[in-house]
Ligand binder design. Structure first.
Ligand code: F0G
Length: 371
């Protein structure tokens, strides 16, 4: 085999990279698009704000642009092993994109139930281009998931929402990667929370590697919700969640217990951020660190800013995990989805371009004005 064809972590996907920690056998057909092994990017500017070391786990670089691919490679591989013909999911847009892509690769049919009119443009296009059947329901994500549960009972569909435990298994691999890269778990892990599968999965991954002696500590988990869509923060389901971060517009998280458990066992907390703070954090991360994420993914950055104001003076609440760790603590933020998923919402950053004649002199004159 030529040198260049050697397998690396980057071309084999999370099942091959972490096979021994996942419920797969030789009989499981691995349906992969090379997901996982995403960059853990050190952020000097966020580190300066906290006085510690802050890293950004850039999950938008997965094959369909979000962390969902880690769970979907497992869910679709197991569905293929079980001989499923059609997979079904409810989604705010990223699960449906991942389900559609992996189902296409597996030669399965895929149907997605989406809240009508509330899916970001890029995600909607993904469902269609990968060949899924799209059903837009007159309701929100919670209604769609209720219908998926009901339809799942017929046995006609393999359900690939995170109520499918294989999804959680695949997603826990992000915690494994962080531990391997840092040589230990971080002190604090911050991530957005919607249906709560991901916080459940990270906590499972962190605990498993600690039990295996691959790390020596567990992080405190800080789950971030949008202020208008914050059932876990308030401790009660919500009927009409509303936020610009449509990915996490969820009032009845399916993995409620998993999220509560992760936060309480780890000594972390839930935090809320306003839509305006989310959009400001999205712009800040792109223009200061070169990392463009969708609105939901900017929520952890907004939460960090809430815990530390820009001058470094702490503004932490009583339960804030930053109160319980040493200065210099290592912090990881998961940014869950790529910014190009939702270009319309990012238009808040767009201004009219400077239009000039097509001459160097005219361009130079225009640039002189901006200094
Ligand atoms: N960030 C993004 C970009 C998401 O798409 C989601 C969930 C989350 C965070 C929250 O993760 O649900 O595991 O707590 N999106 C789901 C979907 C609901 O249908 O794509 P969670």
């Amino acid at each position: 085999m030529p040198e260049t064809m050697n397998k690396t972590f980057n071309d084999c996907g999370v099942i091959e990279r972490y096979r021994e920690f996942l419920p797969v056998t030789d009989a499981t057909p691995v349906i992969s698009l090379g997901e996982g092994s995403t960059p853990l990017i050190h952020s000097p500017k966020l580190s300066a704000i906290t006085g510690g070391e802050v890293y950004v786990k850039y999950e938008g670089l997965n094959p369909t642009g979000s962390f969902k691919d880690r769970g979907m490679t497992m869910a679709i591989s197991k569905a293929a092993e079980e001989g499923a013909h059609t997979v079904l999911c409810a989604s705010t847009g990223n699960t449906s994109a991942a389900a559609a892509a992996y189902a296409a690769r597996a030669g399965m049919k895929c149907a997605v139930l989406l809240p009508a009119g509330r899916i970001a443009g890029g995600k909607m296009v993904q469902a269609y281009i990968y060949g899924a059947t799209v059903v837009a329901i007159r309701g929100n994500f919670d209604d769609a998931l209720r219908l998926v549960r009901e339809l799942g009972e017929t046995g006609d569909f393999a359900i690939v929402n995170s109520i499918n435990p294989y999804r959680i298994e695949g997603q826990k691999t992000a915690a494994f990667e962080i531990i391997e890269e840092l040589g230990n778990a971080p002190d604090i892990h911050i991530l957005p929370v919607g249906n709560a599968g991901n916080i459940t999965a990270y906590w499972k991954g962190y605990k498993e590697f600690k039990e295996l002696g691959r790390s020596h500590k567990l992080p405190k988990m800080l789950g971030v919700q949008a202020a208008g869509s914050a059932p876990l923060y308030h401790g009660a389901p919500m009927d009409n969640p509303e936020t610009v971060a449509t990915a996490i517009r969820i009032g009845r998280p399916a993995s409620w217990d998993g999220a509560i458990n992760a936060v309480s066992e780890s000594g972390g907390c839930f935090e809320i951020v306003e839509d305006s703070e989310i959009l400001a954090a999205q712009k800040w991360l792109a223009s200061n660190e070169g990392i463009f994420v969708e609105p939901a993914s900017a929520a952890p950055v907004a939460a960090l800013f809430k815990c530390f104001n820009r001058s470094g003076k702490t503004t932490q609440c009583d339960s804030c995990p930053f109160r319980k760790v040493q200065p210099g603590a290592k912090v990881v933020l998961t940014v869950t989805g790529h910014g190009l998923k939702d270009p319309d919402t990012a238009k808040h950053a767009v201004t009219a371009p400077i239009e000039t004649e097509a001459t160097a002199a005219a361009v130079r004159e225009a640039l002189a004005k901006i200094g």
